[in-house]
Ligand binder design. Structure first.
Ligand code: PMP
Length: 445
């Protein structure tokens, strides 16, 4: 018996969830209140009472839930080999998966490292960047620059390059991490037009590089569409110029495609549309589609050659890295996506969803911006369209309740409704989602 039994009514501590009692009606508890999912099929999830919701909360379920094709392959893998260490050993699926990830992502990549989630994939990229510079004798290159509003994860390293107010809870984070201003097209941080903001933000980034020392920066991290921050697509020209700046100063570029990768934006990776070659690239979420937790870090052939071309060792990894069932899940997801043309489906359904939402809600008095790419979409609400002042918490609560009523589970962060429907979304399901969102927004007018 615990002597000091915790007072909380929860025995589970939930990530990013206010731990107020379910019965409470305070403003903080609405996010997780009463949502307890018991079953899933395709784009749908069900609660214990049989209520059905279109599941658009996260980018994870790429190929839908309960997908029989994926389940069969996973089941077979469990029966054949349910675990194999990859420390000094290997198994066929991990080799096949690495080959296919490199084949799809581009010949500039030479190796893949597996972790257990997106944070682990970013942490790995940061560790590789540091080790790369040590091996080159540039031991002062230990600093990282990322962008304001970005989310890269929750481990100590990935949390230290995340600039969304989370560091206050555990700070200080790593001392060598800096944030550069970002030209969020809807909320420009500086005076002037979008183009002027892009130029000025690039200028400020270069200034920052000079301030911290161009020869002391290990890598710049980019989240090309800021997902957690409300699906903020950063201007492609700005992202391309960052690649040029990093090249100019010999700094590595880590492209975090944990959310945007694996077809989500209507491309295999968003970097392909941007035509940017990163030195390190991270994937997770849709890679295993929720059938197994896994992250992957793609390593440029140059870094791979420098670090491991003549032997060498990466003193990093976890006991279950590259789990065979995770690899089987990822390979099945890739096959299913190819056979069902899910990447082009994401592009088509996404652009049609975006234009329908825009024409239906563009003039709504509380709708500030409707944006997205492929099947990562957002509606930003404001209480005043001229001043763009944010809506209050009660607004979010009302909208979430209306969406639940209409059968949709989205995500609400800082006045933004975020929608990540599975890439399997059919035209009928798209219409359902659209109507449910439009009806919910109108219901709170
Ligand atoms: N990077 C990005 C861009 C993400 O969106 C996330 C998850 N929100 C992460 C990293 C961290 O991934 P995970 O939650 O799987 O650790």
């Amino acid at each position: 018996m615990l002597k000091n039994k915790p007072k909380s009514s929860y025995s589970t501590l939930h990530p990013f969830s206010y731990m107020t009692p379910f019965s409470s009606t305070t403003e903080r508890d609405f996010q997780s209140r009463n949502i307890c999912l018991t079953r899933g099929e395709g784009v749908w999830v069900y609660d214990g009472e049989g209520n059905r919701f279109l599941y658009a909360t996260t980018a994870v379920p790429s190929v839908g839930l309960g997908n029989p094709f994926v389940l069969d392959r996973i089941r077979a893998q469990y029966e054949t080999l349910n675990f194999a260490s990859t420390c000094g050993q290997t198994h066929p699926l991990i080799e096949e998966l690495s080959r296919r990830l490199i084949e799809r992502s581009g010949s500039s990549f030479g190796q893949v490292f597996y972790s257990n989630d997106g944070s682990g994939a970013v942490e790995t990229a940061m560790r590789l960047a540091r080790q790369y510079w040590i091996s080159k004798g540039q031991t002062k290159r230990i600093k990282f620059i990322s962008l304001e509003g970005c989310y890269h994860g929750t481990t100590f390293g990935s949390g230290s390059v995340t600039h969304l107010g989370i560091q206050q809870s555990f700070g200080p984070g790593l001392a060598e991490c800096y944030a550069a201003p970002v030209p969020n097209p809807y909320r420009l941080p500086l005076e002037g037009t979008l183009q002027q903001n892009i130029n000025d933000c690039l200028h400020l980034l270069e200034e920052l590089i000079f301030e911290v020392g161009p020869n002391e920066v290990a890598a710049v991290l980019l989240e090309p569409i800021q997902g957690v921050n409300g699906i903020v697509p950063l201007p492609p020209a700005y992202l391309k110029s960052i690649r040029e700046i990093t090249e100019k100063y010999g700094i590595l570029l880590i492209m975090d495609e944990v959310a945007t990768g694996v077809g989500r934006t209507g491309n295999w990776i968003y970097s392909h549309e941007l035509n940017i070659q990163a030195d390190l690239l991270t994937l997770s979420k849709g890679l295993t589609g929720g059938y197994f937790p896994m992250g992957a870090t793609l390593i440029s052939a140059t870094i791979a050659e420098q670090l491991f071309g003549n032997g060498g060792i990466f003193l990093h990894g976890s006991t279950q890295s590259g789990h065979p069932v995770g690899c089987a899940a990822a390979l099945a997801v890739l096959d299913y996506m190819d056979e069902n043309c899910l990447i082009s489906n994401a592009e088509q359904r996404g652009s049609s969803l975006l234009s329908t939402l825009q024409s239906a809600l563009r003039d709504h008095p509380y709708v500030g911006d409707i944006r997205g790419k492929g099947l990562m979409l957002a509606i930003e609400f404001v209480s005043d369209r001229t001043t763009k002042s944010p809506v209050d918490f009660a607004f979010g609560e009302k909208l979430s309740a209306a969406l639940h009523q209409e059968g949709v589970l989205g995500n609400w962060f800082n006045g933004v409704l975020i929608l990540y429907p599975p890439l399997t979304l059919s035209p009928g399901e798209e219409a359902f989602l659209c109507q449910a969102v439009i009806k919910s927004v109108h219901s709170i007018e």
